[in-house]
Ligand binder design. Structure first.
Ligand SMILES: C[S@@+](CC[C@H](N)C(=O)[O-])C[C@H]1O[C@@H](n2cnc3c(N)ncnc32)[C@H](O)[C@@H]1O
Length: 279
């Protein structure tokens, strides 16, 4: 029941999200005037739906020891920005798992657009119950998405199950040292489908309980504060552009919750973690 509510709220939010396949195609047309023979790097300025863009992805996967030829699984892959980036820049095979049907369809459209469909894909699924074989992956990553997932014990157990022995789990996500006020928690749920936020110790406990070892954590809160200020400005600009272009604008609660989210990160009441662990 709780999982069903979380999933419908998440799908509702991401189906209206201002970063969409339609918006990315509109940006390409406005920038280069073309949507044929598009090269993967032309998408990077528009399709990275996590904080810090491709440099945050580099920091995450390099710390986890990415190498050519690996199979990487991206939990909660969205429009597949990271899936395409890793396949193109690191010569790995990537499978993204994504809940929201319109994001899966958009991800695949963009995959085909840049010709990466043989090495990179996003499939519909739930990270609490992954339809991949045991020990099929060298690395499981996730960026700014575990905050939506209601059962992280199951999610970590699934990451552990699909990783080969010695494989790495590497993710970034929201953290809070103590629970948000009831009003802020409600706003984050209404606006962005956010579950109760874990602490660093909470995440460490979850991954250790799943069987991972050598867990290392980095507090990203200081890095996130200026990035999020810029991101809020970007969403405010995108909202006006989306109204003109007829692409999704994001619902009102999303825009209200984002303003508060950025304030909470600047105050240190919310923040970010990078966690890397070994199976
Ligand atoms: C902030 S976006 C991140 C997208 C991607 N990681 C990126 O960096 O571009 C979060 C994504 O998580 C997906 N998601 C949330 N809960 C999920 C679940 N239980 N299983 C799979 N995907 C989920 C949402 O649909 C959304 O597309």
């Amino acid at each position: 029941m709780v999982a069903d509510a979380a999933e419908s709220q998440t799908v509702f939010f991401y189906s209206q999200h201002p970063i969409s396949c339609g918006m990315i195609l509109a940006k390409l047309q406005a920038g280069g005037g073309h949507t044929r023979n598009v090269q993967p790097p032309e998408l990077w300025p528009h399709d990275q739906d996590h904080f810090g863009g491709t440099s945050a992805t580099d920091a995450l996967v390099r710390q986890a020891g990415i190498a050519k030829g690996m199979h990487v699984v991206d939990f909660c892959a969205g429009l597949g920005g990271t899936v395409r980036y890793l396949a193109h820049c690191y010569d790995v095979t990537v499978t993204g798992i994504e809940l929201t049907p319109s994001r899966v369809a958009g991800a695949q459209q963009l995959m085909n657009l840049v010709g990466l469909q043989d090495r990179a894909r996003v499939i519909q699924g739930d990270v609490m119950d992954v339809e991949l074989d045991d020990e099929c992956a060298d690395m499981v990553i996730s960026q700014e998405a575990l905050c939506h997932v209601p059962d992280l014990h199951r999610t970590m157990a699934e990451a552990f199950r699909i990783l080969k022995k010695g494989g790495r789990l590497a993710f970034t996500s929201w953290i809070a040292d103590r629970p948000l006020s009831e009003a802020d928690a409600q706003l984050m749920w209404d606006g962005m489908a956010i579950q109760p936020v874990q602490s660093i110790a909470g995440y460490r406990g979850l991954v250790e309980a799943a069987g991972f070892r050598q867990v290392s954590t980095t507090d990203l809160t200081g890095e996130w504060a200026p990035i999020l200020t810029q991101r809020l400005a970007m969403y405010q600009t995108l909202r006006g552009e989306a109204q003109l272009a007829g692409t999704p604008t994001g619902h009102d609660a999303f825009h209200r919750s984002y303003v508060r989210f950025v304030e909470l990160v600047q105050q240190g009441a919310l923040g970010g973690i990078r966690l890397v662990a070994v199976k």
